[in-house]
Each structure stands twice: as structure tokens, then as C-alpha cells.
Design a protein around this ligand. Structure first.
Ligand code: NAD
Length: 496
């Protein structure tokens, strides 16, 4: 049955002003999964007005009470986890187990955000004058515009929407056009939990239309974006024209360094999961294996054997390890990267060909692919592929491995496998990335730790844990003078 979506503006389910729609097709077999309204500037304008109106009362509700609604939405997501995971898996191709993990991340974030409603700490410090008190409090910003990518249709939006709401902001969210159906189910959990009308508004549509309108709208006070680096740069510059606060979570080109003393079987397990989980379509996916010394000779035969055994197919089938890529166009892009890698001297050890037979021919599948002898500085070594392609770069030393790890424009996640604590700490200190794992894969963020990257991966903010509450609120400094007289700072307390 095809899912029919609407926008939700001010609590009202509504089609687009101009009646246009967009279709969502399953990447597994190209079947029609859903039809969503195709929002334009007019829809965004209505949503921002509804959010602005709702802000007046929502921002005055005590933060602990706001938190209680978020906690309830977490409980609703728990009850609906299987149902939502099935839709997510169908519309964007994530394996059902991983789809459940996506939703669990949102549940964890709901509970964290709910308790943050009882913190939202300010500070006090002694005043320099007698009978005077100084403190800071946190105030909401206003309307938050939220734009997200399809690969984490619920987890990533939850990292933004829950903190924005508990801080007292209202929200206009444009989910990714590729995965609006599961996104809508996430929003529904919040409305069913009792979120007042207009506090969270959802406008579906394409980035260049609904997304761009949200970025430009003068009634939006802050923007939180997850997606590609080029779009992120555009959003930062367009949003800057109306002085919006902007947080960006962008691409990655994540390395795993394996030293000769590493536990090889552990490294193989971690590399397979990091490189081929979600068919490599994670911002934190392991994209480069930087093999030090002779370790490649022991590591690669095991990796090839295990990669060859990974089952490609329907993400709802429990026996399947790797689902489809998001679209035909994206698969062409991924395959073009592999071809480019070959032309630059890379050797395909396994994978590297588009399946043309049987049920796999109906969807946008691409096999787990290992490319050896990728040269530092070449296309495969530098560009984000966002698919199940692992490039092997051989180096001689830890110093060289770290230099290669740092040669990319991105800096999201990273990993090192070694038994040498000194080497691990040198890597932790010197790898340019927002996240470094030791003896674990590059993927697997936990909801209560900050998440984000350096260099081209972002603009210095973090999601997850305690970090986003700073972004979604403003500090107000309050002075209370109870002396009964005029006290002049820097003057009356100086005897000159
Ligand atoms: P994308 O940038 O094309 O799209 C992301 C969102 O931005 C979508 O909702 C899209 O509609 C919207 N958008 C596109 N153009 C826009 C514009 N001009 N104005 C406003 N909105 C616009 O990204 P994608 O290709 O769908 O997603 C994959 C990318 O996202 C990868 O680079 C991946 O690394 C990145 N990503 C990063 C993180 C992170 O936390 N760092 C997490 C997930 C995905």
C-alpha cells in the first residue's frame, strides 16, 4: 500500500499550496512506497508563521514540562519501533536491524533531552560590587529550521529536534525527500505525545525548493543542517545573510589505521562492519584502510574472504548483510569512483561490478568492494564515495599513516587498531577528526557523547550528548543590584 503523506503545519495535515507532489521509490526494487507533498516557499512561509505563533506559549512552558512530552514520545517510538523500521528499510534500503538501531538512537536521545529539561544550567559568579548578584540563564532562540539527509531518517533529526524543543524553540523540519515516510512517523510520535500544535511543523520537498526557502526565511532564527559539504557551504552563506546561527554536520572520508601488532581478527570484524554497514552510506563509514608495514599481507586475505561472503539483497531479509544504494544515480556515481580508482592504479580485489541478474537487477545494489594499491592523493584516497567501497592504502610507518589519514578535506571519524598504547595515544592526539576509536570501527556513535567533525565536516558545532543545548539556546546575563543605590562597575569599587 502506498503511503500518502501531507505537510503538517500548525497541527493541520495539509497538501502543498500548489498541489504538487513527489514520489518515493524503494531502492530495493524501484516500487512506489509513498507520495509526499512537494513543498515550496509558500508552504515554508505558512510553517514558519505557525512556528512563530506556537513559540510564544511553548517557550514559556517550564523546560521540565517540555521534557516530559519528549520522554513520552520516546516511549511511543519504543512501541512502534518494528513498524517504523519496516517502513524505513523499505523506503531507503537500510537493513531492518540497522533501521531499529536508527530508531533506538532517537529513543535514547528523547530520554537524554527530557532530563536536560531539568538542567539547562546557567552559572553564577561573585559580583565585583557589594549587594549585587550576577548569573546567566539560557533562553530559547526562536524558530529553528532543520534540514536532514536520508541516510539516518530518524536518528539525525532526533539529535536536532529534541534539543531544539527542550530549549523552548519551535521547529520547521524539512526531512530528506528520499526518506519522508519514516521521518513523518517520527514526527507523529511527538504529536501523539502531546506536543502542542505548531511547535513542530513538517514541510516535505526538495532541497532547492523547500530547503532553500527555509534557509532564506527571515522568520527562522537558527538552522541545523546535516548533508553534503557543498550544500552545507551554501546553507552557511545563505543563512548568514539574515544572521542565522548555523550548525553543519557534513561529509566524511574516514580512515582506519591498522598497525602490524593489531589483533587481526578483531580488525577484520570492525573493518567489515565500518565499511559495509548501511552499504557504506554513513557519514562515518570506513572508507580508507591505511595498512602499516606488512599487516596488509595478513589482513587482506581474511578481509577478501569475508567480504566475498557478504550477502547482497533485500534489506528486510535477515540473511542479508548489504542492502541497496539509495538511487540509480548514486550507484552510477559510486561505480564511477571505482572505475576512476582503477584508472589511477588501484586493483579491485573483490566486488566492483553492478549486479545484472535475478532480483538484484531490480534495485540499486552494489557489492562490497575492496580496492588495493590506492595511492595517497588519488581520487579514491580523497573523495567521499558514500558506498560499500574500501580503499586500501599501504604505508610504512605510523607517522606516514597519520599524514595520509589527515590529507583529506574532511575530519569526522577515525580508528586505529593496535596493541600499543603509545601508538594509540599518538593517533588520538594527531588524527584530525572529531571522533577517534581505538580497536573499534569508525561507526557507532552513542547518544550521550558529542558527535561531529573538524575541517570540511562541519563548522565547529557538535550534536549528541550535552553539546547541542548550547547551540539551541542563548545565554542571557542577569545582574540584580540590591544595594538600593547606584553602583558603577569598574568605578565605584576602585579607590584612586
Ligand atoms: P544533501 O546535502 O544532498 O541533502 C541533505 C538535505 O539537504 C536534504 O534534505 C536536501 O533536500 C537538502 N538540500 C539539498 N540542497 C539544498 C539547498 N540548496 N538548500 C537547502 N537544503 C538543501 O545530502 P545527501 O547526499 O542526501 O546525504 C549524504 C551526505 O550527508 C553525505 O555527504 C554524508 O556524509 C552526509 N551526512 C553527514 C552526517 C553527519 O552527521 N556529519 C550524517 C549523515 C549524512
Amino acid at each position: 500500500m502506498t503511503i500518502q503523506l501531507t505537510h503538517n503545519i500548525g497541527g493541520v495535515a495539509t497538501p502543498s499550496v500548489d498541489g504538487r507532489t513527489l514520489e518515493v521509490h524503494s531502492p530495493s526494487d524501484d516500487a512506489l512506497v509513498g507520495v509526499a507533498p512537494r513543498g515550496s516557499a509558500a508552504d515554508v512561509d505558512r510553517a514558519v508563521k505557525a512556528a512563530r505563533e506556537a513559540f510564544e506559549t511553548w517557550s514559556r512552558l517550564p523546560a521540565p514540562a517540555r521534557g516530559e512530552i519528549l520522554a513520552k514520545s520516546g516511549r511511543i517510538l519504543e512501541q512502534r519501533k518494528d513498524e517504523i523500521a519496516a517502513v524505513m528499510s523499505r523506503e531507503m534500503g537500510k537493513r531492518t536491524e540497522e533501521a531499529k538501531g536508527d530508531i533506538q538512537e532517537a529513543i535514547d536521545t528523547a530520554y537524554y533531552a527530557a532530563t536536560e529539561g531539568r538542567r539547562l544550567f546557567g552559572r553564577t559568579a561573585p559580583s565585583e560590587l557589594p549587594n549585587k548578584f550576577g548569573m546567566t540563564i539560557r533562553r530559547p532562540i526562536g524558530v529553528a529550521g532543520i534540514i536532514t539527509a536520508w541516510n539516518f531518517p530518524i536518528a539525525v533529526p532526533s539529535w536536532k529536534i529534541y534539543p531544539a524543543l527542550v530549549c523552548g524553540n519551535s521547529v520547521v523540519w524539512k526531512p530528506a525527500e528520499e526518506a519522508p515516510c519514516s521521518g513523518a512517523m517520527f514526527a507523529q510520535a511527538l504529536w501523539d505525545a502531546g506536543l502542542p500544535n505548531g511547535v513542530l511543523n513538517v514541510v516535505h520537498g526538495y532541497g532547492e525548493e523547500a530547503g532553500a526557502a527555509l534557509v532564506a526565511h527571515a522568520g527562522v532564527n537558527c538552522l541545523s543542517f546535516t548533508g553534503g559539504t557543498e550544500v552545507g557551504k551554501l546553507i552557511a552563506s545563505e543563512g548568514g545573510k539574515t544572521l542565522k546561527h548555523v550548525t553543519l554536520e557534513l561529509g566524511g572520508k574516514n580512515p582506519v589505521i591498522v598497525l602490524p601488532d593489531a589483533n587481526i581478527d578483531l580488525a577484520v570484524d570492525g573493518i567489515l562492519w565500518g565499511a559495509f554497514g548501511t552499504a557504506g552510506q554513513r557519514c562515518t563509514a570506513t572508507s580508507r584502510l591505511i595498512a602499516v608495514g606488512d599487516v596488509a599481507d595478513r589482513l587482506l586475505p581474511k578481509l577478501i574472504e569475508r567480504a566475498n561472503k557478504l550477502v547482497l539483497g533485500d534489506p528486510a531479509d535477515k540473511r542479508v548483510d548489504v542492502g541497496p544504494l539509495i538511487s540509480k544515480k548514486h550507484r552510477e556515481r559510486v561505480h564511477a569512483f571505482v572505475e576512476q580508482g582503477k584508472s589511477e592504479g588501484g586493483k579491485v580485489l573483490t566486488g566492483g561490478a553492478i549486479p545484472t541478474d535475478g532480483p538484484l537487477a531490480k534495485g540499486w545494489f552494489y557489492p562490497a568492494t575492496l580496492v588495493d594499491d590506492v595511492k595517497a592523493g588519488s581520487t579514491l584516497a580523497l573523495k567521499e564515495v558514500f558506498g560499500p567501497v574500501l580503499s586500501v592504502i599501504r604505508v610504512k610507518s605510523l607517522d606516514e599513516a597519520i599524514a595520509v589519514a589527515n590529507e583529506v578535506e574532511y575530519g569526522l571519524s577515525s580508528s586505529i587498531y593496535t596493541a600499543d598504547v603509545n601508538a594509540a595515544f599518538r593517533a588520538i592526539e594527531r588524527i584530525e577528526a572529531g571522533i577517534t576509536y581505538v580497536n573499534a570501527p569508525t561507526i557507532g556513535a552513542e547518544a550521550h557523547f558529542p558527535f561531529g567533525g573538524v575541517k570540511g565536516t562541519g563548522n565547529g558545532h557538535r550534536e549528541g550528548g550535552w553539546a547541542p543545548y548550547e547551540f539551541f539556546s542563548e545565554v542571557k546575563t542577569v545582574y540584580v543590584d540590591y544595594s538600593g543605590g547606584l553602583q558603577r562597575a569598574q568605578i565605584d569599587n576602585r579607590q584612586e
